[in-house]
Design a protein around this ligand. Sequence first.
Ligand code: UDX
Ligand code: UDX
Length: 459
Amino acid sequence: MKPKFKKNILCIGAGYVGGPTMAMIAYKCPQYKVTVVDINPVRIDEWKSNDLPVYEPGLDAIVKKTRGRNLFFSSNIQQGIIESDIIFVSVNTPTKTFGVGAGMAADLQYWEKTARQILQYSQSPKIIVEKSTLPVKTALAMERILTSNNNVHFEVLSNPEFLSEGTAIKDLEYPDRVLIGSGLTQSGLQARDELVEIYANWVDEKRIIRTDIWSSELSKLVANAFLAQRISSVNAISALCEKTDADVGNVAGAVGFDSRIGDKFLNASIGFGGSCFKKDILNLVYMCRCNGLNEVADYWDHVLRINDFQKDRFVVNMLTAMFNTLAGKKICLFGFAFKANTGDTRESPAIYVARRLIEEKACLTITDPKALKNVRIDLKGIDEKVTCIDDPYEAAFESHAIAIMTEWALYRDLDYDKIYKSMVKPAFIFDGRNIIDHNKLYEIGFNVYPIGKPALSHF
Ligand code: UDX
Ligand code: UDX
């Protein structure tokens, strides 16, 4: 009997990357069976339910179309490995918190554990695809583990994911590029072709970049470092704008008009967050130091330092504007996610700001359409000073100040007249994302503090 599916794909790690990526592959390639496994059974149950563990516009629809057809979620890692031809590894690689390289290097313990599981259960040859972002040469370590005591042949590929949260489905469906790194041996190139064949079901061949495995691993870290560097560059200039009455929006607009520079990723903000930028730059810096390249390491380290400086500046500006004391004042945070259209709060600047404001003895009200579930976890130990409220009007009621942390579109279109009337006067608004109409709010009566633009104050 002809098998129902051409090949069996397994993904280990049902997180922000593994889940949506596999859903897209299953959607575009009905001829492949795609199974996603995870050590966390709760996560797997959520993927099987109507309340997916990851919020991404468009994800629900794709999962509905594919789940049970050729997309399956399971906790049985062993069976998944045995049945698979191609294994994507998408387990997390956080920054190491202990021992050598603590606070900088990638913690590869889950990775190695996964490699050992693959080795233990495999009975037939497999292609192993690195999806997680990893230090250069991790594939070599993986290969060494996999060839240590088994006659099964494994071919390790690097296929970093460039999706951005909040637009994951669009990024997966219309990627700028798909990067595939392989060994340059005959079997390496063959494996690479197999992976190309999967993506070619919906991605134009011209956008599928084939390269060597080390360049592929490094490209992912460098792409994230370059993106973060643009944000730190414009944020550094925003500090100068505030001192010189220039407007960072106008400066970024004029600079970005140069086609060599481009206009994307030049929005001044309270600072970048998310699970990748900081972690990947720390990893890059660590690799540079390990290779004796201290000047290169310092260069990239400054991207992170400016990001910390920006978050700190924001809190200091709040404190200074509000007469140098926040004690007992009610401050409302609009947004807690690290960016709009996601419920993810990993490394969100809002966590830092909330902690600092609580240190100043302020009382916080936090509102966010998707991320409130994380507030208690992220502010553990100090959360008795925090109230979470879904409705932004209710959250801002009787507050002394509003601080916009996340660029959710809904915060642009609120009835600020109504909000102003309900607040303690003088009322302040600190726009950490430059999304509201500053002049209009000033006319309503607010004292308005944007990023990188002159403040509009009634004093
Ligand atoms: C992943 C990568 O891990 C990260 O390095 C990369 O930069 C982006 O992709 P993400 O999907 O956001 O990150 O991570 P997360 O949402 O934490 O998901 C990882 C999943 O792997 C979790 O569900 C975790 O339970 C699972 N896991 C972890 C395993 O299944 N096995 C393990 O041994 C460890
Ligand atoms: C990033 C990369 O974009 C993606 O390619 C990679 O796979 C994972 O890391 P992500 O972290 O999901 O994606 O979000 P991204 O859109 O890059 O934003 C990161 C942070 O930068 C957010 O906090 C965002 O608000 C901030 N940002 C972004 C700015 O402050 N200004 C900008 O102009 C753009």
